[in-house]
Design a protein around this ligand. Structure first.
Ligand code: FAD
Length: 548
């Protein structure tokens, strides 16, 4: 194929992803020097379209970045004023009192927000400072310089032929070059994955761990709505089948975020995370809350859970990993947005100093130091053993010992050192023959919904004529390996129903309905044969979340 010619544009800093990490970096760069040229590229049709968090926001990141965010009208309108934590059985519940919890678990001072709206507001702040933001521009490739450094990205390739080749309608996109490139793609970023592998940034670290988070927005009976209330549950329906739990956050306008996270290190390939979520809503406590209400939106996204010991090296020549591209979620707090913002700020400060010193294309080591020795490291280190304890010993022992460890870490020491995570999530999956199938009740269409109906509430859209963005390294593996060994779990772990096993003349065939994809990245993480690679489809495709 002839070499593709693209125009190139030069910037000081190129930022991939308009989430809280990328937007914070952009804002901070322009605060430091209004003359810096900063561009943010976002694959969603608009800023916020692909953002999915809980979200209870710890405002410490925003405080550091834009101290007068209140005066500037940031959409942090609902302070948390009630914090509940329950252990669920099938029909009952036990309230876990707040007083034995370490102070870091307290949500006092935090806000229930739509992170989509927070990002939209941050984008306005960035644009006022002169940042160029291009939504609908997926960054599909990295551009390397002569010395092997990252010098830019390719963005805006549209209209590829179904086989991936260039046709008469193909727009080849452009190269955006920067003195530094920031990857703030969020969890399991496709370019971040390439950079981590190329520069071996995870050497000596524990494997990254993940959960899949699913979330619905409900409008409920105003009589039951308690603005500012945060509820977390554990236990039923997952029991000992998997780690995870739920969140229920009452935001404004009689709306409630109802969400469920399943840790992806589960062993039983028959487990069906989406159906666990649907089943959860039939618990009497939840069913009573939602009765008479209606579900107005649905979405899903993986969440990083490896924490401190899984965070890769953050810098390589010309490039830095920000926020959840590197995995900065505090797992017991289920919070990563504050660290994403702090990391954006830190990366911007390091790049500003470097550019002022006439540097480019090298490693921003000052950023790495800031993250590890500063507020982010402090936040993540204290909770580093909670996830490995849960994986190793199960829910109840990890609640007690994890609580103890968080307390002692708050005081400056740990009895457990730094525990490892063991296998990655793909390899945690065991053969189907070792496990019982799980019988899930059929959704009732009122409280619980079948997957495809719910996916229509993610408003996801992909141009059908483009190539499938979910690539199989070996197309035979689903039928020849995954089906006999693992009952092809892609049929179940995907929260958007992308993967199906159908029969043609009695022969099984694997079907990929990529049009349904909500960009959660679970397949890239959980496929037991590690055969699926999520690549970015053309810009503007994917979910169109309202106020997730
Ligand atoms: C179910 C769930 C509940 C959560 N609850 C909370 C909570 O209550 N509080 C909290 O603080 N945190 C919560 N988190 C964690 C939080 O969402 C993350 O820590 C946070 O989103 C990380 O921010 P980020 O900017 O790194 O990435 P993201 O917010 O994921 O943003 C990345 C952006 O980059 C874009 N992008 C990715 N790749 C490309 C590409 N190649 N080209 C162009 N654009 C690209 C994406 O479309 C997206 O807009 C939750 C996460 C989940 C999944």
């Amino acid at each position: 194929m002839a070499e593709i010619e693209r125009e190139a544009m030069e910037y000081d800093v190129v930022i991939v992803g308009a989430g809280p990490a990328g937007l914070s970096a952009a804002i901070r760069l322009k605060q430091l020097d209004a003359d810096l040229n900063v561009v943010v590229l976002e694959k969603g049709s608009e800023v916020g379209a692909h953002i999915l968090s809980g979200a209870v926001l710890d405002p410490c990141g925003l405080d550091a970045l834009i101290p007068d965010w209140k005066e500037k009208g940031a959409p942090l309108n609902v302070p948390v004023h009630e914090d509940n934590f329950y252990m669920l059985g099938e029909a009952g519940k036990i309230r876990i009192p707040n007083f034995p919890m370490p102070p870091l678990m307290n949500n006092h001072g935090n806000y229930i927000v739509s992170m989509g709206n927070v990002c939209r507001w941050m984008a306005e702040q960035a644009e006022e400072l002169g940042v160029e933001i291009f939504p609908g521009m997926a960054c599909s490739e990295l551009v390397y310089g002569e010395n092997g450094e990252v010098k830019g990205v390719v963005a805006g390739v549209f209209g590829l032929e179904p086989d991936g080749s260039y046709g008469p309608q193909t727009e080849p996109g452009m190269e955006l070059h920067g003195k530094y490139v920031f990857l703030s793609e969020g969890v399991r970023g496709s370019l971040s994955k390439e950079v981590i592998a190329k520069y071996d940034l995870s050497a000596g670290k524990e494997p990254q761990k993940y959960g899949v988070g699913m979330k619905e927005i409900w409008e409920i009976d105003p009589a039951k709505h308690k603005e500012g209330t945060v509820t977390h549950t554990m236990g039923w329906p997952l029991g000992s089948n998997a780690g995870g739990g739920s969140f229920i956050y009452h935001l404004e306008n009689n709306q409630v975020y109802v969400g469920f996270v399943v840790h992806l290190n589960y062993k039983n390939p028959h487990l069906y995370p989406y159906m666990e979520f649907q089943r959860f809503k039939h618990h009497p406590m939840v069913a009573e809350l939602l009765k008479g209400g209606k579900r107005v939106a649905y979405g899903a996204r993986a969440i990083t859970e490896g924490g401190w010991q899984s965070m890769p090296k953050l810098v390589a020549p010309g490039v830095a990993l920000l926020g959840c591209s590197a995995g900065m979620v505090n797992v017991p707090r289920i919070k990563g947005n504050h660290n994403a913002m702090l990391s954006g700020k830190a990366a911007a400060e390091a790049a500003y100093d470097a550019i002022k010193a006439d540097r480019s294309g090298d490693e921003l080591t000052a950023y790495e130091t800031d993250v590890r020795d500063g507020a982010i490291g402090d936040d993540l280190k204290k909770v580093r053993n909670v996830k490995p304890m849960w994986s190793k010993w199960g829910l109840l022992p990890s609640l007690a010992l994890g609580g103890l460890d968080m307390w002692t870490n708050t005081l400056g020491f740990s009895l457990f050192g730094t525990m490892g995570h063991g296998k990655n999530d793909a390899l945690s999956t065991e053969e189907a023959s070792k496990h019982q199938p799980i019988d899930y009740p059929k959704p009732d269409g009122t409280l619980s919904f079948d997957r495809l109906t719910n996916v229509s509430f993610a408003m996801t859209n992909h141009e059908e004529s483009q190539p499938c963005h979910l690539k199989l390294a070996d197309p035979e593996i689903p039928v020849k390996v995954n089906l006999p060994k693992f009952d092809e779990p892609a049929q179940r772990y995907c929260p958007a129903g992308v993967y199906e096993m159908v029969e043609d003349d009695g022969e099984p065939r694997f079907v990929i309905n990529f049009q349904n994809c909500v960009h959660c990245k679970t397949c890239d993480i959980k496929d037991p044969s590690q055969n699926i690679t999520w690549t970015t489809p053309q810009g503007g495709d994917g979910p169109n979340y309202p106020n997730m």
